[in-house]
Ligand binder design. Structure first.
Ligand code: SAM
Ligand code: SF4
Ligand code: SF4
Length: 377
């Protein structure tokens, strides 16, 4: 058997010091970056651990028994997350997505959801709270998540075929259990449910039509995601990316679809509707059609670093401000000003720049990018 060795650098410790400006920058509900993009969407990774080993995200060769996951003391506590969430909301965040790793592995997550569910946006509307999960624990937790105030979930599922799915999650997890999780989530009303399928050419692209067939008329929105070159360990190759245009072609040949308008500016998925009223699907073309110009997303890593782009190699250490690691602890106003300062300077647009280059070109040193399981998808 051929052993695959992937050398990676541990970049989790790398983080520039966060500048707390002398001049206070009071939150006014709108923060624009250097490319005039507002901050609206915050993705919070609540754990870097996962019980799956999807090859495109946490390949088992790297994330094995010797891998050093973050110690418990490094993780932001729920109180710390809630404090930062309040500050981000005052700057205009309207939507929070809990992610990971596998977020349902974080103990008592319902407590955090309750804290977030009590918050409102600057406009006084309820915060849009959602969670992305592999659904392995969803059947067990759906009711308590709903009771805590979670509105909806996104479930990742890459195939209907049990053999292909077990191979892709690399822990022999059966499709039937994910489908049961989705069924329970539907029953308790975690709606609308979105189903994310990462399409890897040559691995699961034959599952596109069976997945479409299964979720048509279910009320759940299936979304096909182009396999992305995130992180430094998945051995990404352009020839394994199936462009979304081809996904749509294959579905259209079986079940005719027509394009529909986006729900809001900055929506990552392009929406399509079955002509026969079978519902809606989406495609997320992160590789072939960059959507950086509307990117209003910030990511908070498990240990409290703020990342401005999925492809960043460094985050801004907000936890040190919360805990006063090197100096005195900072006030909410000071942390708020620091976040404003960071966002004002943001000029990230990795996918847009890469799209202008020949296929297979990566910008910067691909080995320096942090993993998606660490900053959250
Ligand atoms: N464990 C949860 C799950 O799988 O739903 C949440 C975290 S996971 C990192 C979030 C999303 O990122 C999932 O829908 C996953 O399929 C997607 N993802 C991970 N690696 C990816 C890659 N290389 N390309 C595209 N999507 C990816
Ligand atoms: Fe785990 Fe989600 Fe990554 Fe799969 S995609 S390894 S389920 S974090
Ligand atoms: Fe946003 Fe970065 Fe993705 Fe562009 S590449 S859409 S800036 S996360």
């Amino acid at each position: 058997m051929i052993q695959k060795t992937i050398n990676i650098k541990d970049l989790r410790q790398l983080s520039p010091g966060v500048l707390v400006p002398d001049l206070a920058f009071p939150a006014a509900g709108l923060l624009s970056d250097s490319l005039d993009r507002p901050l609206r969407d915050l993705r919070i990774s609540v754990t870097d651990r996962c019980n799956f080993r999807c090859s495109y995200c946490m390949p088992s060769e790297v994330f094995n028994k010797d891998y050093a996951f973050l110690p418990q003391t490094s993780l932001l506590s729920f109180e710390e997350i809630a404090r930062l969430a309040r500050i981000f909301i005052a700057h205009g965040v309207e939507k929070i997505r809990l992610t990971g790793g596998e977020p349902l592995l974080r103990k008592n997550l319902e407590v955090l959801i309750e804290m977030l569910a009590s918050m409102t946006t600057v406009a006084g509307k309820p915060l849009d709270i959602t969670l992305t999960t592999n659904a392995s624990l969803l059947a067990k937790k759906a009711q308590s998540l709903k009771d805590a105030g979670l509105q909806r979930v996104t479930v990742s599922l890459d195939a209907m075929d049990d053999t292909i799915f077990r191979h892709m999650n690399d822990v022999d997890f059966p499709v039937a259990d994910v489908l049961h999780g989705i069924e329970v989530a539907n029953k308790v009303g975690l709606l609308p449910i979105k189903i994310n399928m990462v399409v890897k050419r040559g691995t699961n692209d034959q599952e596109i039509v069976p997945m479409a067939r299964h979720f048509r008329h279910s009320g759940n929105v299936l979304r096909f995601i182009e396999y992305m070159d995130v992180g430094a360990t998945n051995g990404w190759r352009m020839d394994e990316v199936l462009p979304s245009a081809q996904v749509i072609e294959r579905i259209n040949a079986e079940f005719p679809v027509a394009a529909i308008d986006a729900n809001y500016l900055g929506e990552t998925a392009e929406r399509w509707r079955y002509a026969d009223g079978g519902g809606e699907i989406g495609v997320i073309s992160s590789v072939t059609q960059a959507f950086c110009s509307d990117c209003n997303r910030a990511r908070l890593s498990t240990e409290g670093k703020l990342f401005l782009c999925l492809f960043a190699s460094q985050g801004h250490d907000l936890r040190s401000l919360l805990r006063g690691d090197h100096r005195a602890k900072f006030s909410d106003e000071q942390i708020s000003s620091a976040i404003a300062h960071i966002w004002h300077k943001r000029d990230d647009r990795y996918s847009e720049l890469r799209a202008k280059l020949p296929p297979d070109t990566q910008i910067g040193d691909g080995k320096k990018r942090v993993e998606m399981s660490y900053i959250g998808g």
